[in-house]
Write a protein that binds this ligand. Sequence first.
Ligand code: CA
Length: 283
Amino acid sequence: MEAASQPPLLRLDNGRLGLEVAGATHVGLRRAHNEDALGLRPDAYDEFGATSGYLFAVADGMGGAEKGEVASRLAVDALFATYYARDKQADPARSPAEALRAAFEAANGLVYGESLKVVSGMMGTTLVACTVVADQAIVGNVGDSRAYLLRAGRLQQITDDHSFVNEQFKAGVLSAEEARTSPQRNIITRAIGHQPTVQADQFQVGPLQAGDLLLLCSDGLHGMVGDDELLAIGAEPDLQRAAAAYVDAANTHGGLDNVTCLLVRVVARHDAPAPLPGPAAGS
Ligand code: CA
């Protein structure tokens, strides 16, 4: 089996938190193409991350005939471009939450515009993103990719899937196990690129503590690997190994779909805020 694609381990510090970031993406065992996209952009963080937030994302494209790959990549590109654009343009007062909302709208607009050019069928993508600002994380979500917080030996799902089976589960029609194994579990009810506008959910997580792990992933992971195993792998101290182990676990359980994970671990919390990196005062 081909190894998972993994960017190098990233170490970041915004003056409040020290972070390690790792990710992995793999086509899985049954699909011809990997339509997932991993949103990690070290270049963007260098300039603006410590002040504006470190932005991370996972997108899971759909549409067949390579349209899914295009949709997920376009969505991640637009998300990053829009989120960090506020630093270069007019609106420095805009909050990270507002910037994230605008970035989701831009991603939707771009993919929707492209989908109109597609002759047959639809293209779209899920998008889950999180930005870490000071000691807070703001999570945005459309579709059935997920964000989790692993803290003190517990796994907490932050996002709520926009999927047919989750709606059936919430209405009491399906049990959790029936929802997890339903043949209709791939039907999503909200996507980036399906409508001219989209409503992203937003969640705030914080204050983050040393040892916390944020996990963003596509359904190729959470649909194949149970909560206990997600939690156990997240305890692995080596974050690159943990990311690779998530991919291996999904493939061990059948690898029915593309699998992507992005892991952000809080490795230090500075209770007396350290000075921000960047130009010296007066320069
Ligand atoms: Ca998928």
